[in-house]
Design a protein around this ligand. Structure first.
Ligand SMILES: *Cc1c(COP(=O)(O)O)cnc(C)c1O
Length: 377
């Protein structure tokens, strides 16, 4: 099936009792058992919920994987994924991952005896050099936040296959509509469904997709044993949202291109980062690895003063954390999402105080450009 058909139908069948076309919100914590050891495959809400199963099957289909395992947030999904390693194991991570991922690994997982190496995965040879006898996972995020640097997933997979390591990709920024890491050979994909998958800034969620039975079994066990599951209503809302993922992503991209081109043309902007622009250093890789360029645009302005006054004057772009919703947001990474990254470190990869990150929504593109133009002038 095509992407949009799967988005609307995969994982959902008419309700067997009433024929309801839309999968209901199964608000129940427990299920009646006919006699000892006899049930319909549903025992307890943490383990089994039909609304959650529908969402898991739906996103698994969109990511071209066999299994989806849903969690209460992106970070809960990432933490559950780390259930694949134990004390004494080593994990190699892209050095510019989501700040919360960095915090989870460095301040919590290291306390459990898991070791991390942070490398620039844009150069896969750095991964090769970081591999040790106890390495288990290579954890990628591509494109990165907020500089939109790419990692060549296929190149990394060549290394992880040879070394029998697990390769996992946080695909939150592209969504399954623009990038399918499993097709490129990755063993698993992680999403913060809070972002594009849900897309309406009203549900926190996370999901792992894999075709590996072994990874699925462990993640399913983590879901049951650690219990950071999403509520049935949140699953229902996310399932409603994935139906429109294709049309939303197309519009996000059209609008992002329009905003990127406007920013390129502005004399107050020093540099624009968008994988769709021919001057993006990895534009060729972007064209090969992704089927589109997404809705995130980052720009460096002339000065921090300019950025401050711009943020005060924007009317449609709302100053806020998060991304991937239908409404346009703007964020100042240096003081918001990346405040905990030391200045010398972030400036090395271009993240100065004059950088703004735009999550371009699906409003009328002309209004977005007008909003920026008014604020800049
Ligand atoms: C937001 C985000 C996360 C964390 O997800 P939550 O749903 O906020 O827990 C992980 N990775 C990326 C790339 C994100 O943008």
């Amino acid at each position: 099936m095509g992407f949009s058909t799967d988005a609307i139908h995969a994982g959902q069948r008419p309700d067997p009792v009433t024929g309801a076309v839309i999968t209901p919100v199964y608000l129940t914590t427990t299920y009646h058992q006919e006699e000892l050891g006899v049930n319909k495959g549903y025992e307890y809400g943490r383990l089994h919920n039909l609304t959650r199963e529908a969402l898991e099957k739906n996103v698994a289909a969109l990511e071209k994987g066999k299994y989806g395992i849903a969690f209460s947030s992106g970070l809960a999904a990432i933490q559950a994924f780390m259930g694949l390693v134990k004390s004494g194991d080593h994990v190699i991570v892209s050095n510019n991952v989501y700040g919360g991922t960095f915090r989870l690994f460095e301040t919590i997982m290291t306390g459990y005896g898991v070791e991390f190496s942070w490398v620039d995965t844009a150069f896969p040879e750095n991964i090769e050099h970081a591999i040790k006898s106890n390495t288990k996972i290579v954890y990628l995020e591509t494109p990165t936040n907020p500089m939109l640097t790419l990692t060549d997933i296929e190149e990394v997979v060549k290394i992880t296959r040879r070394q029998k390591l697990i390769c996992v990709v946080d695909n939150t920024f592209m969504s399954p509509y623009f990038q399918n890491p499993l097709i490129l050979g990755a063993d698993a994909v992680i999403h913060s469904s809070t972002k594009y998958l849900n897309g309406h800034s009203d549900v926190l969620g996370g999901i792992v997709v894999t075709s590996s039975e072994k990874i699925h079994d462990r993640l399913r066990y983590m879901q049951k044993a650690a219990g950071s599951i999403p509520s049935p209503f949140d699953c229902w809302l996310t399932l409603r949202s994935t139906k429109t993922l294709a049309v939303r992503m197309k519009q996000h991209e059209i609008n992002a291109f329009t905003v990127a081109k406007y920013l390129v043309s502005s004399k107050y902007v020093k540099r624009v980062y968008y994988p769709g622009l021919p001057d993006h250093p990895q534009h060729q890789l972007a064209k090969r690895q992704m089927s589109g360029f997404g809705g995130m645009v980052t720009a460096e302005f002339d000065s921090f003063e300019m950025v401050k006054s711009l943020l005060k004057r924007l009317r449609i772009f709302a100053l806020a954390e998060s991304l991937g919703g239908v409404e346009s947001l703007v964020c100042h990474p240096a003081s918001m999402t990346h405040a905990s990254v030391p200045r010398e470190v972030r400036e090395k990869f271009g993240l100065t105080d004059s950088v703004l990150r735009f999550s371009v929504g699906i409003e009328d593109a002309d209004d977005l450009v007008q909003d920026l133009d008014n604020a800049i002038k």
